[in-house]
Design a binder for this molecule. Sequence first.
Ligand code: F6R
Length: 615
Amino acid sequence: MCGIVGYIGHRDACSIIIKGLKRLEYRGYDSAGIALYDGKGIYVSKIKGKVNDLEEKIASDKNTNGSIGIGHTRWATHGVPNDINSHPHYSNSRNLVIIHNGIIENYAAIKQELINRGYTFHSDTDTEVLVNLIEDVQKSGSYMLGKAVQIALNQVVGAYAIAVLDIKKPNEIVAARLGSPLAVGVGKDEFFIASDASPFIEYTSNAIYLEDEEMAIIRQHKEPRFRKIKTDLLFTPYVQKLKLNIEEIEKRGYEHFMLKEIFEQPQAIKDTYRGRLLVHNGLVKMSGIEDNLEKFLNAQKITIVACGTSWHAGLVAEYIFENLARIPVEVEYASEFRYRNPIVTNKDVVIAISQSGETADTLAAIKLAKENGAFVFGVCNVVGSSISREAHAGAYTHAGPEIGVASTKAFTTQISLLAMMALRLAKAKGTLSTSDFKRSLVALETIPSKIEIALKSDGLVKEIAENYKDATNFLYLGRGFNFPVALEGALKLKEISYIHAEGYPAAEMKHGPIALIDENMPIVVIATKYGHYEKIVSNVQEIKSRKGKIIGIVTEGDTQVKALADHVIEIPETSEFLSPLLTTIPLQLLSYHIAVLLEKNVDQPRNLAKSVTVE
Ligand code: F6R
């Protein structure tokens, strides 16, 4: 949550920062702000709203020159979104300005102490407390900015990625991280800092990812210095060569990132398979699994921890692992797991699933699992992310950047990867016959081309969306492997169209939700050929007799549901355990088209952020 950008070099800092903030808007878009050093003083401008609003506000300002600056796009935690709470924040003397992503948990106590010492506060933010704490440290011992930041950070509890400018030492930016991501882009005589590499990818492919409790002092025309915040040790960081390219983070003709990402799924899944799914050799090969095979095979149980859509992928994986590899699996919300004193031991394997690799609750769940001796395996999309580094081992989904806030290709690539893992373990355990194993590999291989076919329903789904865009409630029903898809379909609709929706296992309908059904209630029923089809047909009949409007997701050639439903969307036939990869496609498209028809901001829905780095 919140995106931060900084630049120090020889180019126009303002335009680099504004462009960078636009790329980071997926992290928050409640307000935006910038601080620039123009050789004389520090100019600050900030506004409630989007980066475009900031750009408009500063368009006619004359003092936006200079080649040093920092910028921020906010997802509000402490204090409502307004101009005053927007970042950057000044210290009382107005010598320091700060931008911050994270939460200072002990800010209230620090604030009170500072108030007792005569400091005044203008905003409701924890960030203004931090910048004044740094100033207070500076004053108390005439410390240079870097030292003062370090001393102050040793007093705070919480999470931060910060960048600080000091008018007394204007050719320097001090950046630090704990819990929130921070990358330093290393160019030729220029440096960038950012929450991820997207703001600087067209200028340099050399990046340093700060670890927790590390700080960087970035100086103009000099080498940066890197220091451990706790131990004061200077260190030489590892410079990573980025593979990201600029095309991947642009819309390429699609109206929204979400639509682009929905249509990218066939390719994204092929990228997940690459080098791992070796159908001709009859193999699944994943180094993270091969190196730790015994741990998986001897596991008492597998616990999957994740949040949101990634948690839904975990639920699908539970069905797949238990069916194919016969390993007991529990799926937990990371936010519950971390606080409920779970039973986890050194006989357990914990799989953490996260697109961003930065979700605070998932990260905390991993730390707890490690403390209890469990082996932790990360399934992440973002390379080099905190979760991928914290896990003992892992595998990347390689879906490419997902920028739309509503997760789509992350979900299907996570399931694809977890299905490969389950097959590899099934083979090692001998729980699948050789012929079933081979058939499953072929089924996996054909998924991308079947998704291409499923995507052809786009026009039909749009027509269905026209019919139901004004509904105020939706039900989504599925069974077995497709129950989590019902949850995911409902989540997609809620988050981008703000229509209330619930996902249920179809048979649970009778135990309550059936009371909601009348002629105004659209009900999306996943009724594919395999997996309790006859039972789902009965559920469809029950809905029909209560006049609910039925949108059936069926296998090509279906006749029974077709005869009962108001609309059907066909998907190609596949093995039951892989059907979620196809049934989810029309549900993604349905939520997308309804949101577009309702003129909602599809890529940046209200109150949400792509990467939830706070609890
Ligand atoms: C929904 C969505 C969220 C995320 C959740 C976890 O479309 O995107 O529910 O799935 O915040 O995020 P990651 O996977 O980054 O840990």
